[in-house]
Write a protein that binds this ligand. Structure first.
Ligand SMILES: Cc1ncc(COP(=O)(O)O)c(C=O)c1O
Length: 390
């Protein structure tokens, strides 16, 4: 785990804004140093040969699964600084998610949103079946039902905006309530990114990401990260990574940090594109519903405008007609790729109910991850796909 230099302690004079933190933190600063931490492929490190008198090796690197490498450290410092905590990186988002759920005892009570990433939904189904977890699946936007349940929970799991229904939870209120009740609280911040939402500022124990998505930003790596300000909780997560072995690769860590450097401008452009596409889609005759927190008719619009730094680059929409007609429309796309992952510079789209375990979703619901292409090219592609006869 790398100690982050947060914004008030950037080492670069006055506190830096997030755009500058993303570019700056995690760089070597000595004369003659490269500007980027190199890809360090080490698993093994030379130990002191002074014999037993040299004392325990704790604190120094011996083996990367336990002590990390400088390449992981650089990424962890930068993402930790953006989220305002210390970070522990993993080989995938699910590696990070699993490390948090692994802290639960058999019989624990867990609160999760009805709509959340399906890997999390499956994780709690599994815990329910095998470990006797008591799982309460609550409507993400129904703050009162969460407030009632929080005092009796062992873990509060939040995801907002949610994947794929784009529901908005009252993250500040719920994180604060969990903190006041002394209940661990994790927020999957993958869709918002630390630029739009910082759960630790509201008292969350953990902010967690699939860094595979917006942080990496180029659909070329799998990584995850857990960030926290709670040193005991961090030590427990660090131990889960060491014992579970879901450690990041050196190349992935390098690429994730390289991706993070441009997150602010990528997100700005993707979000601007998403805002425009959401409006145009909602006016299209073959679109029956658009779910985007930036639209005034979204049930979470007001909450999102006060709790999020922006509506983000993800949206979902439904088309009129059947699942088959939705698939025909998707097959006409040329610029936007039909693909399951999200958060890349390139726009991707998927009819989610097609995925195993997602059959409960509206059958024509398409989840669109908006990239940084030119808005008119994106619209021409979408309009062409939606307009054609079925
Ligand atoms: C919101 C969210 N959380 C977690 C994950 C899991 O991340 P990974 O695929 O990197 O394991 C995903 C993946 O799609 C996701 O969308």
């Amino acid at each position: 785990m790398a100690q982050s230099k947060n914004q008030s302690d950037s080492g670069f004079g006055p506190p830096l804004r997030p755009q500058s933190v993303a570019v700056t933190v995690g760089r070597p600063t000595g004369y003659g140093d490269p500007l980027n931490v190199p890809i360090n492929l080490a698993s093994n490190f030379r130990e002191s040969s002074d014999g037993p008198s040299s004392g325990p090796t704790e604190g120094s690197r011996v083996y990367s699964r336990a002590g990390g490498t400088e390449t992981w450290d650089a990424f962890e410092q930068a993402i930790g600084a953006l989220e305002g905590g210390d970070a522990i990186s993993f080989s995938s988002g699910m590696g990070a998610v699993a490390a948090i759920f692994a802290l639960l005892e058999p019989g624990s009570t867990v609160l999760v949103p009805e709509d959340c990433y399906h890997g999390v939904a499956e994780t709690v189904n599994d815990g329910e079946a095998r470990l006797g977890w008591v799982v309460q699946r609550l409507p993400g936007a129904d703050t009162d039902s969460w407030l009632k349940a929080i005092p009796n929970a062992d873990l509060v799991w939040l995801e907002s905006p949610s994947n794929p229904l784009m529901e908005i939870a009252d993250i500040p209120t719920l994180c604060n309530a969990a903190k006041d009740a002394g209940v661990a609280c994790a927020v999957d911040n993958t869709f918002a990114t630390p630029l739009l939402q910082r759960p630790l500022d509201h008292g969350a124990t953990f902010s967690v990401h699939s860094a595979t998505k917006f942080i990496g930003g180029h659909s070329d790596l799998l990584m995850g990260v857990v960030i926290s300000r709670d040193s005991e909780a961090l030590a427990a997560i660090d131990r889960r990574r060491m014992l579970g072995g879901a450690t990041p690769g050196a190349l992935e860590s390098f690429l994730a940090l390289r991706g993070l450097r441009t997150l602010p401008i990528r997100l700005e452009r993707s979000q601007a594109n998403a805002e425009e596409l959401a409006i145009r889609l909602s006016e299209h005759r073959t679109v029956s519903r658009v779910r985007y927190p930036g639209l005034p008719d979204h049930p979470g619009h007001e909450l999102a405008s006060t709790t999020l730094g922006g509506p983000g680059a993800m949206l979902s929409f439904e088309t009129v007609g059947s699942a088959t007609s939705a698939d025909i429309r998707l097959s006409r796309l040329r610029l936007i790729s039909v693909a399951t992952s999200l958060g890349g510079v390139e726009s991707t789209i998927e009819r989610r109910a097609k995925q195993a375990g997602q059959e409960h979703l509206p059958e024509t619901l398409m989840r669109l991850s908006v990239g940084i292409e030119h808005i008119e090219d994106l619209w021409a592609d979408l309009e062409g796909a939606l307009d054609g006869s079925i």
